[in-house]
Design a binder for this molecule. Structure first.
Ligand code: COA
Length: 415
């Protein structure tokens, strides 16, 4: 079967998480991804959070599937010459160095355009133009500067970061879309272009509903679906909403049977208006169907807390999976709080290729997250991450370097 991005060559100059998630996606769609790393050390994540001595970490392996790895000292003149050849041969250069690093290496946008006017240069940076544009940025910095931390957590606690890597992987996704759009536009213009995704911008985009709420708050001084309503005062800025739903249907996380010993024995429960009658019947509170204090969404808003306490009396009599089965029969939207262990063991996620077992020559078998985007005509096969420099000879050979040239470059520590 052909792949969506067959024939597209990616010069992958990325490291850590944000850039590698982007190029991994492109690899899953069939692009030939050539990852350029420094000889000896490679991507810093190869050695970070190791669970097996001297073996590429899961951090690295899980972000670098479907790629080839070459080592190259791109600050050495001979290494620069190899990079120039790669730039001429590839369609897209993806990088997430600290601001200015590519320019300092001598590969400005102008120079890259001279070498290959069709080249798309895609970058992740922490911030776009402005006061912080020169700053180095990691995941949680982006979560904080992008509005996620100030709106996550409980009202009486500090700002919180989330485990979902919205700053890194979230930005990688945004960048991948920008690259595919630029490749599409190149079909008509014949030209490359710069694609830039700032981590702060990506997080702000993912926090769009909180900017919605800021403007609602500015106008009305109240957010009635937030847990602060009606007992506490609202301040100037959108407060942390605990587990309240971000949409128009109130929701909360409720305890289920076994919560005393299992930290994940909880369910997310949404009191969607069209199934209010069914909810009342399931929990044995039929009088709420007609009681004017409960019968309409607006009437329920001032006492959502006590409503959820009552529903929780019912959920606590069921495991999260029993509750799911019963509630789904009535189309009541809800979701179990799944632990990573439960996700790893879930057969349906294995069947769809969302969780994949991969074999690695040094680490053996491990689990990874496969391609979350399914294309019916471009099936994803997840292949293991490359060892450092595993494909240096193969790639240089394809670029026209002879075995002797390659041996000389190796002797001079350029590769
Ligand atoms: N050969 C020679 N030099 C190389 C090289 C190679 N193959 N690959 C990288 N380098 C050099 C770079 O040119 C740079 O040199 P310089 O500082 O002298 O210009 C140097 O290695 C380090 O690059 P840098 O990006 O500064 O790495 P860092 O480890 O200091 O910082 C980040 C890491 C992630 C903080 C930084 O890259 C960053 O802010 N990136 C943008 C935002 C981002 O993607 N953050 C999320 C990461 S998940």
């Amino acid at each position: 079967m052909s792949k969506a991005l067959d024939g597209v060559r990616i010069l992958d100059f990325t490291h850590v998480q944000s850039g590698p998630t982007c190029t991994q996606l492109l690899g899953w769609f069939g692009a030939d991804v050539i990852k350029v790393e420094r000889a000896g050390e490679g991507d810093a994540t190869r050695g970070q959070l190791r669970d097996i001595p001297d073996v590429d970490s899961l951090y690295f392996t899980m972000l670098n599937h479907n790629k080839r790895s070459i080592t190259l000292d791109t600050k050495n003149p001979k290494g620069k010459a190899v990079l120039e050849t790669l730039i001429k041969e590839c369609d897209v250069l993806v990088e997430n160095f600290a601001p200015g690093a590519l320019d300092r290496m001598g590969f400005t946008w102008e120079r890259i355009q001279e070498l290959n006017p069709r080249m798309i240069v895609a970058s992740v940076k922490g911030f776009g133009p402005g006061p912080y544009e020169d700053c180095k940025v990691y995941e949680n910095v982006a979560q904080c500067a992008g509005g996620a931390a100030s709106t996550t957590g409980f009202d009486d606690g500090p700002p919180l970061v989330t485990g979902a890597q919205i700053g890194d992987s979230g930005t990688g996704l945004h960048l991948a879309l920008g690259i595919v759009a630029a490749l599409y536009q190149r079909n008509t213009t014949g030209r490359g272009q710069k694609v830039m995704a700032a981590m702060q911008d990506a997080v702000i985009n993912l926090c769009r509903v909180k900017l919605r709420d800021q403007q609602r708050l500015d106008r009305t001084q109240v957010l009635k679906e937030y847990p602060q309503y009606p007992d506490s005062e609202f301040g100037q800025a959108v407060p942390r909403a605990g587990n309240a739903s971000g949409g128009g249907q109130p929701g909360w996380i409720l305890k289920c049977k076994g919560w005393e010993t299992d930290p994940n024995s909880y369910i997310y429960f949404i009191t969607q208006a069209p199934v209010w009658g069914a909810i009342c019947k399931v929990i044995g509170q039929e009088d709420w169907i007609t009681d004017p204090l409960y019968a309409t969404p607006a009437a329920r808003l001032p006492h959502l807390k006590s409503i959820f306490e009552r529903i929780e009396q019912w959920t606590m009599t069921k495991t999260k999976f029993e509750a799911m089965d019963i509630l789904n029969k009535f189309d009541i939207p809800c979701g179990p709080i799944l632990s990573m262990k439960e996700i790893a063991d879930e057969p349906s996620l294995r069947a769809t290729g969302t969780i994949v077992e991969v074999d690695h020559p040094k680490r053996g078998k491990y689990l990874t997250v496969g391609n979350p985007i399914k294309l019916s005509d471009s099936e994803t096969e997840v292949t293991r991450s490359p060892l450092l420099g595993e494909h240096t000879d193969e790639v240089l050979g394809q670029l026209g370097y002879s075995p002797k040239d390659i041996a000389d470059l190796r002797a001079e520590k350029v590769i």
